[in-house]
Design a protein around this ligand. Structure first.
Ligand SMILES: Nc1ncnc2c1ncn2[C@@H]1O[C@H](COP(=O)(O)OP(=O)(O)OP(=O)(O)O)[C@@H](O)[C@H]1O
Ligand SMILES: [Mg+2]
Length: 613
C-alpha cells in the first residue's frame, strides 16, 4: 500500500490498474506478420539482405562441393594413382575453404547488421508510438511491461528475420533440390517418403503455437518482474524505513519462479522440434527400407538406384531438421512482432478535428478567458468524476479550486488540457471550443505546474528549457531569476550545467519547485494551471516559492488547486468541489458567511496552516 501511495503522489493523477502493453497473441496470420516485418523493416535494406543471401548460397555451394572432392580424390588419387592430382587437390581445398571463409564472414556480418537495424528501427517506432498516445492509454501501459517489449521483443523479431527467414529460403531450396533428385531416382519411393511431411508439419505447428503462447506468457511475466523490481527501487526509502526488504525480495523471488516455469516450457518446446522430426524421419526410414526390401526381393529395384536414393534422402534430412529448428524461432519472432505492432498501431483516441484551427489567445488583460459550461465527465468504468460543472474565469484573473480529496480538482485540469474527452457540455478558451482547435495550439497556451515538480535527469538549464524548446540561455536564466531560483542554481557545483539526478533527487523539494516554476515562466503561456504542492516547505523556502508563484501568475489567467490560505484569499472567486459537483462558489468572505462545506474545510484545514494571517 505504501509503495502505491508513493507512486500516485509522483504521477500526480491516480495510478491506474497495471495492465500489460497489449501483449495478447492476436494469432494474426503468420505470413501476414512476416510480410509486414519485411515491408516495414527489411525493405529499405534489400541490397544488404540480398547480398547476405548471395553469401549464404556461396557458403553452402562451397560446402556442397566437399563430398565431390572426396569422391574425386578417392577415384583419381587412390584408385587410379594419378600423381598429378597430388598438387591440385590440396590447392583446390585451400581455395574452396578461403571462398567459404569469406562468404561466411560476409553472410554473418551482413545479415546481423540487417537484424540490428531492424531492432533499432522497431525500438524507435515503439517509443515514438507510445509517447504519442493520449494520457489515458499511456496510463494503461505499465512502464516495465513496455520496457520488456522494447528490449526483448524487438530482439526476438530480429532473430526471426536473421536466423529464421533468411535461412528458410536456403534450406527450402536445398530440400527442393534433394527431393527432385529423389524423384528422379524413384518417384514411388519418394511418394512414400513424402507422405510423412504433412504430419511433421502438423507437429511443428503444434509445437510452434504452444511455444508462442509460452513465450507470450513469459514476456508478460518478465514485465511483472521488471515492475516489481523497479517499484521496489523507486520506493527504496519506504522499503528501508518500513523494513520491507525481505517482503520485496520474496515478491521478486515468487515472480522469478513463476517466470522460470514459463521459460522452462519454452525450453522444452524448443528442444522438442528436432527429436520430433527425427522420430518421423526414423519412421520414413523404416517404411522406405521395408518397401525397398520388398521390391528388391521381387527383383524390381537395383542396388545402385537404391543407394542413390538413400544418399539423396539422407542429404534431405539435414534441411528438414534445420527447418524444424527454424520454426520455433520464427514462431517466437511472430509472437513478438504481434506485440510490437500492437503497441505501434495503437492510435491516440484524442486527435485534432479534421477542420481544427489554431487556438488564438490575446495577451492579458484582453484575452485568456476560460469557460466550463455544464461539463460532464467520468473516467472509464467509473462513476461520474465531474458532473454538471460550470466555471468562468475572466482574462488575467485567478480562481481557486478547493474541495476534499477525490472531489475532481485535478480532473478539471485534465479536461482543460484535453487529456480526456468530456462527455457533454463545452469548455472554451476565449470563446473557442477546445475540441475545435489543434491539441498543439491548445497546450502551447497553457502552462502546468504539478503538485510534485517533475524534473528529468538532465542539467538544470535543460530542465528549465523544456518549458519552451529552443529557448536561449539568457531566456532560461531570466526565467530562473523570476522564479527566485537563480541564486541557488549559481551555487550548485556546475551552476546551470549541474545534472539534477534521477527525478531531481539531488535538489531539495523547494528547489525542485522553483525549477518547475521557472520552466512554466519560460513557457510564457497566457493560461496557468497550478496544482499547489501539498508537502509543507520550511518558512523560508515557502516564502521564496510563493514569491516566484506571484510573479508567475501576474497577467495570466490562473486556475489554482489551492492548499494554502494565501492563494485562496486573493483569488477572484473560489469554487468548492465535492464528488464532482461545484457545491459552492464565491469569495472567501461570502463562503465563510454561508457556513457550508468551505467553512468546514476552512476550519479543519486552512486554519491550522502556518500561513494563517
Ligand atoms: N486516471 C483515472 N482513472 C480513473 N479514475 C480516476 C483517475 N483519476 C482520478 N480518478 C477518479 O476521479 C475522481 C476525482 O479525482 P481527482 O484526481 O480529480 O481528485 P482531486 O480532487 O484532485 O483529489 P486530490 O485532492 O486528492 O488530488 C476520484 O474519485 C478518482 O478516484
Ligand atoms: Mg488532485
Amino acid at each position: 500500500m505504501t509503495t502505491n501511495t508513493h507512486l500516485q503522489a509522483r504521477s500526480g493523477v491516480a495510478a491506474p490498474a497495471p495492465t500489460a502493453v497489449s501483449v495478447r497473441d492476436t494469432e494474426a496470420g503468420n505470413v501476414h506478420v512476416i510480410r509486414r516485418l519485411f515491408h516495414d523493416y527489411v525493405r529499405d535494406q534489400w541490397t544488404t539482405f540480398g547480398a547476405a543471401l548471395v553469401c549464404m548460397i556461396v557458403t553452402s555451394a562451397a560446402s556442397g562441393t566437399f563430398p565431390f572432392i572426396v569422391n574425386y580424390t578417392v577415384k583419381h588419387l587412390f584408385l587410379e594413382k594419378q600423381a598429378g592430382m597430388l598438387a591440385i587437390v590440396p590447392l583446390l581445398v585451400i581455395a574452396l575453404m578461403t571462398i567459404r571463409a569469406i562468404s561466411w564472414y560476409g553472410q554473418q556480418t551482413l545479415i546481423d547488421s540487417v537484424g540490428e537495424r531492424v531492432v533499432t528501427a522497431a525500438q524507435r517506432d515503439l517509443f515514438g508510438g507510445l509517447i504519442q498516445r493520449d494520457l489515458a492509454s499511456l496510463n494503461a501501459v505499465h512502464s516495465s511491461q513496455f520496457v520488456s517489449t522494447m528490449l526483448y521483443d524487438a530482439t526476438l523479431m530480429r532473430d526471426a528475420i536473421t536466423r529464421g527467414v533468411a535461412a528458410f529460403g536456403l534450406e527450402t531450396a536445398q530440400l527442393v533440390a534433394f527431393s527432385a533428385a529423389m524423384i528422379y531416382e524413384d518417384w514411388q519411393l519418394t511418394l512414400i517418403a513424402l507422405v510423412v511431411l504433412p504430419p511433421v508439419a502438423w507437429a511443428m505447428e503444434r509445437i510452434g503455437s504452444s511455444m508462442r503462447r509460452a513465450s507470450t506468457r513469459s514476456m508478460e511475466q518478465t514485465g511483472d518482474l521488471a515492475t516489481s523490481l523497479s517499484e521496489a527501487l523507486d520506493g527504496r526509502r519506504i522499503v528501508k524505513a518500513y523494513g520491507l526488504e525481505s517482503h520485496f525480495a520474496a515478491r521478486a523471488s515468487k515472480r522469478l519462479s513463476t517466470r522460470l516455469q514459463s521459460m522452462l516450457k519454452v525450453v522444452r518446446r524448443r528442444a522438442a522440434a528436432v527429436p520430433t522430426t527425427d522420430l518421423f524421419a526414423g519412421l520414413v526410414f523404416a517404411v522406405t527400407l521395408y518397401y525397398a526390401g520388398f521390391q528388391s526381393l521381387h527383383a524390381k529395384l537395383e542396388l545402385n538406384d537404391f543407394m542413390a536414393f538413400l544418399t539423396a534422402m539422407l542429404l534431405a534430412l539435414q534441411p528438414v531438421r534445420n527447418l524444424s529448428q527454424l520454426w520455433p524461432v520464427v514462431s517466437s519472432g511472430v509472437a513478438a512482432a504481434n506485440r510490437v505492432f500492437a503497441v505501434i498501431d495503437a492510435k491516440p483516441q484524442i486527435v485534432d478535428a479534421s477542420n481544427a484551427r489554431e487556438l488564438t489567445v490575446r495577451p492579458a488583460p484582453q484575452g485568456g478567458s476560460v469557460k466550463f459550461q455544464n461539463v460532464h465527465f467520468s473516467y472509464r468504468d467509473h462513476a461520474p468524476s465531474i458532473a454538471d460543472v460550470s466555471l468562468e474565469i475572466a482574462p488575467g484573473k485567478k480562481i481557486a479550486l478547493v474541495g476534499p480529496s477525490g472531489a475532481g480538482k485535478s480532473t478539471i485540469f485534465n479536461l482543460l488540457l484535453r487529456f480526456y474527452e468530456i462527455e457533454s457540455g463545452t469548455i472554451s478558451i476565449d470563446g473557442q471550443d477546445i475540441r475545435a482547435v489543434t491539441l498543439h495550439s491548445l497546450r502551447r497556451n497553457i502552462a502546468l505546474v504539478t503538485q510534485e515538480a517533475m524534473l528529468f535527469d538532465e542539467t538544470v538549464a535543460e530542465n528549465i528549457g523544456l518549458g519552451s524548446l529552443g529557448a536561449s540561455r539568457t531566456e532560461i536564466e531570466t526565467a530562473a531569476r523570476n522564479a527566485a531560483a537563480d541564486e541557488f542554481i549559481r551555487h550548485l557545483p556546475q551552476g546551470y550545467d549541474t545534472r539534477v539526478g534521477e527525478g531531481g533527487l539531488k535538489l531539495s523539494g523547494g528547489q525542485r519547485q522553483r525549477i518547475a516554476i521557472a520552466r512554466a515562466m519560460l513557457r510564457n503561456a497566457p493560461i496557468l494551471l497550478l496544482d499547489e504542492a501539498t508537502s509543507a516547505l520550511d518558512t523560508e523556502s515557502e516564502r521564496q516559492v510563493q514569491e516566484a508563484l506571484t510573479r508567475l501568475m501576474k497577467d495570466r489567467t490562473t486556475i489554482v488547486i489551492a492548499h494554502r490560505l494565501t492563494t485562496v484569499l486573493d483569488a477572484s472567486r473560489i469554487y468548492v468541489l465535492d464528488h464532482g459537483h461545484v457545491v459552492e462558489s464565491g469569495s472567501h468572505g461570502e463562503l465563510i458567511a454561508c457556513g457550508g462545506l468551505y467553512a468546514r474545510l476552512y476550519q479543519h484545514d486552512f486554519r491550522d496552516r502556518p500561513e494563517q494571517p
